[in-house]
Design a protein around this ligand. Structure first.
Ligand code: DNO
Length: 349
């Protein structure tokens, strides 16, 4: 397992030097942030990022994300140009030593929450999604924006995108994903990079838009499209785990056993019967997921990919990007390192 930490570049209030001080920290997960989806990443920017990370004593070998242009997801005629750009970006980051690329295939919006600073009993704040709040949101009319979203869309463009997805539907989105994978996975193979798709967060259709990477049936179908280790998963325990129907430890054991997990996003959530959930501390006892069973499944299947402590709460007065503060993610890394050490030693007995 290679422990990693997401960093948002120079705009991130957390210095790389602090990240390096987290025990056992190895890799930085980052991206070139000042390019739009569908544009080529300047090699100088990639190399500068690599240098910065290496100067801080860390390794730059995971990219999150190279975003997929909506025209690719919609299967529009322009997709071929964007796919060429995507391939070029794979080659460029590979040249800089990147081994794993996280991306997603969620229409229009990345992860969705209804509140980013819900205060818990202990005074910490975290991201939550409450179904009753979700029902009252209308992204087409509310001017709604979340940190994971591309906020550059104008209302008319957003409307066109919604219409496009209504037209192609779920099967159309699968067709687009198939076309995309068949084009890019051979390049990833050549470049010795693992593409690692991030599941839908939350794992269900949102605002009437289709979502197709939400459960084991979807993941099986996804992996069968191109049966190669380069076509792998970012198994996000919190995303998949926010649906009570997903048995996360079993999924981890299965897909890691098949050597199809490139990247683990590890965090815990507290789930409610109506589909609502709250992000909580990483500890098993804090939420609905058994993080020990998840780690054990990884260790017992010989997982050697990347792990990052995903979203933390905001604690100790820290301010910053919701989900991406230093303190709670560092606590998460320490906890996960403990679980891995215990499971690894148990295995060797
Ligand atoms: C949320 C993240 C996601 C992820 C993308 C990958 O915090 O895990 O935004 O980076 O879905 O493309």
């Amino acid at each position: 397992m290679k422990m990693s930490f997401r960093w948002y570049g120079d705009a991130d209030p957390i210095p790389l030097e602090y990240i390096r001080q987290i025990p056992g920290m190895r890799s930085i997960v980052a991206a070139v942030y000042d390019v739009k989806p569908g544009e080529v990443w300047p090699q100088e920017s990639i190399d500068a990022l690599k240098k910065k990370v290496e100067d801080a004593g860390l390794v730059f070998d995971v990219v999150e994300s190279i975003p997929v242009h909506e025209d690719i997801k919609l299967g529009r005629p322009t997709r071929d140009e964007y796919i060429e750009v995507y391939k070029e970006n794979i080659r460029r980051v590979a040249r800089a030593g990147v081994k794993c690329i996280c991306y997603n295939f969620m229409p229009v919006f990345d992860w969705t929450r209804t509140q980013l600073d819900k205060t818990a009993d202990d005074g910490s704040t975290s991201l939550v999604m409450y179904m009753d709040q979700l029902q009252s949101l209308d992204p087409l009319n509310d001017g709604l924006s979340l940190p994971g979203w591309d906020s550059s869309y104008q209302k008319a463009e957003l409307k066109r995108l919604f219409e496009g997805y209504a037209e192609i539907g779920t099967e159309g989105l699968w067709d687009s994903l198939t076309y995309f994978l068949k084009a890019i996975i051979p390049v990833a193979e050549q470049e010795d990079v693992r593409m690692a798709i991030h599941p839908d967060d939350p794992p269900m259709p949102i605002f009437g838009l289709p979502r197709i990477i939400s459960n084991a049936t979807d993941l099986d179908r996804f992996l069968a499209i191109v049966d190669s280790p380069a076509n792998s998963l970012t198994l996000c325990t919190g995303s998949l785990g926010s649906s009570l129907g997903n048995d996360v430890p079993t999924m981890v054991r299965k897909y890691s056993g098949m050597n199809r997990i490139g990247f683990m996003h590890m965090r815990n959530v507290k789930d409610y019967e109506d589909g609502s959930f709250e992000e909580v501390a990483h500890l098993s006892s804090a939420g609905s997921l058994d993080m020990y069973e998840i780690t054990k499944a990884l260790v017992e299947t010989g997982f050697d990919g990347y792990v990052r402590p995903d979203h933390g709460r905001m604690i100790w007065g820290e301010t910053g990007k919701p989900g991406y503060g230093l303190y709670d993610r560092a606590l998460g890394a320490a906890y996960l390192n403990g679980l891995f050490e215990a499971c690894e030693k148990e295995m060797k007995k």
